[in-house]
Ligand binder design. Structure first.
Ligand code: PLP
Length: 406
């Protein structure tokens, strides 16, 4: 039976190229028009950039949307503009991309890692409450994979302790929690338009907010500290040139028109695949909250139990599944706090107090997710057909049968 596996030269279960990004002449025309106009940059934060911001704010139901060079910078702008001071603590999950943590360090603040929930992989509100100290100033919940965090619980805690909530919605364009767009529930929400994301211009970022002050400060920081009504060479705050180009915005404006239909399809396929995989012994798709109304499935994640696959390690399993034609990956190899950056405190010029150490941080759910459980299937796969979803389930069953026959 093992000879049947694609990794051993057998036939692939899924023989399809899941393309990404998806575009046609409309994107090419939009880019071509900007190219011909010669108006490529964005010194005034105006033009098609501003049009896209207005469209995105209206879509999210927020007063403001502000583009910038990438999702990391969007988070950085939001955190710094929120008024944090050196040494303040910011609560984040350890099961996320490095940017969620590194922007905290770049603001001279202290990342405090709080574990995730085993059935959603999102930050656990019970653990957040336990981690709050007199120095805590902000929480950055990550809507990991496009599944909303438990925002009711998080906002309640934030209100009680007077904390800023910055939603990391890098995976969550168009996703919803109780029919509210993700990113619009906290004080600010931040998106990435990097190549792999559900809405992309290769690189790019966006911060949304309803808060006038926060917007004003983010706008200044992304534009070298300029202020509205000020002179060109007049700089009030420590900002930088973080402006998005017209070329990126032109691409995003077209890609944005595709977002709703694509999100709906990913959500439908995600639900279907979760049903199919739920029937396989040893495979548990992550759960959705009651009230979580639209999952963007930037990643479809399932938990893998090697004991039901003859103790085949997760890494070997995901390599076998990838060989079967399922675009998948074993996910983060370790929690963020295990990275050399934290273990060795290689924080360069950033002033993190000496007594802060990450040597003894231990988030057991995240560790299990990294080392044993989590397998990721990428978002473009979720734009496939129902038959593709059935083939993914068949590929996993094929591996299980081969392992059982060992
Ligand atoms: C959860 C999360 N936050 C933030 C970012 C940063 O976005 P960018 O790569 O656009 O800087 C990413 C990017 O992968 C991400 O996955």
């Amino acid at each position: 039976m093992k000879n049947d596996l694609a990794i051993n030269g057998g036939p692939k279960t899924l023989n399809k190229n899941f393309e990404w990004p998806i575009f046609d002449d409309k994107e090419i025309r939009a880019i071509s028009e900007i190219t011909k106009s010669g108006n490529w940059g964005n010194p005034d934060c105006a033009g098609i950039v501003e049009e896209f911001e207005k469209d995105f704010a209206a879509y999210c139901g927020t007063k403001y949307a502000l583009t910038c060079v990438n999702g990391s910078v969007a988070l950085r702008l939001a955190l710094i503009a929120s008024g944090v001071k050196p040494g303040d603590e910011v609560i984040i999950p350890p099961y996320t991309f490095i940017a969620t943590a590194s922007i905290v360090l770049e603001a001279n603040c202290v990342p405090v890692f709080v574990d995730i929930e085993a059935d959603t992989y999102n930050i656990d509100p019970v653990e957040i409450e336990k981690a709050i100290t007199s120095k805590t100033k902000a929480i950055i919940p990550v809507h990991f994979a496009g599944l909303s965090c438990n925002m009711d619980a998080i906002m309640k805690i934030a209100e009680k302790h007077n904390l800023t909530v910055i939603e990391d919605a890098a995976h969550a364009h168009g996703g919803e929690y109780q029919v509210k767009k993700l990113g619009s529930i906290g004080h600010a929400g931040c998106f990435s338009f990097q190549s792999s994301k559900n809405l992309t211009s290769g690189e790019g970022g966006m911060a949304i907010t309803n808060d006038d002050q926060l917007y004003k400060m983010m706008n200044s920081l992304r534009n070298v500290g300029r202020v509205e009504g000020g002179q060109w060479y007049e700089h009030h705050y420590l900002g930088c040139n973080y402006r998005m180009t017209q070329l990126q915005a032109a691409l995003l404006k077209e890609q944005f028109k595709r977002l709703d239909e694509q999100t709906k399809l990913r959500d439908e396929n995600g639900r279907y695949l979760a049903d199919l995989l739920g029937d396989i012994n040893g495979i548990s798709p992550l759960q959705r909250y009651i009230g979580e109304t639209l999952h963007t499935y930037h990643i479809f994640i399932f938990r893998y139990d090697k004991s039901k696959f003859n103790n085949l390690p997760k890494k070997a399993f995901s390599e076998m599944l990838a060989a079967e034609g399922v675009p998948c990956f074993m996910g983060y190899p370790e929690p963020l706090y295990k990275q050399p950056l934290f273990q060795e405190k290689n924080f360069m010029c950033y002033a993190i107090p000496d007594e802060v150490s990450y040597k003894n941080v231990m988030c057991p759910v995240t560790e299990k997710a990294c080392y044993e459980d989590a397998v990721w299937i990428f978002q473009n796969t979720m734009l496939g057909t129902k038959k593709d979803m059935e083939d993914i389930a068949s590929a996993i069953r094929k591996i299980q049968v081969a392992m059982e026959s060992d």
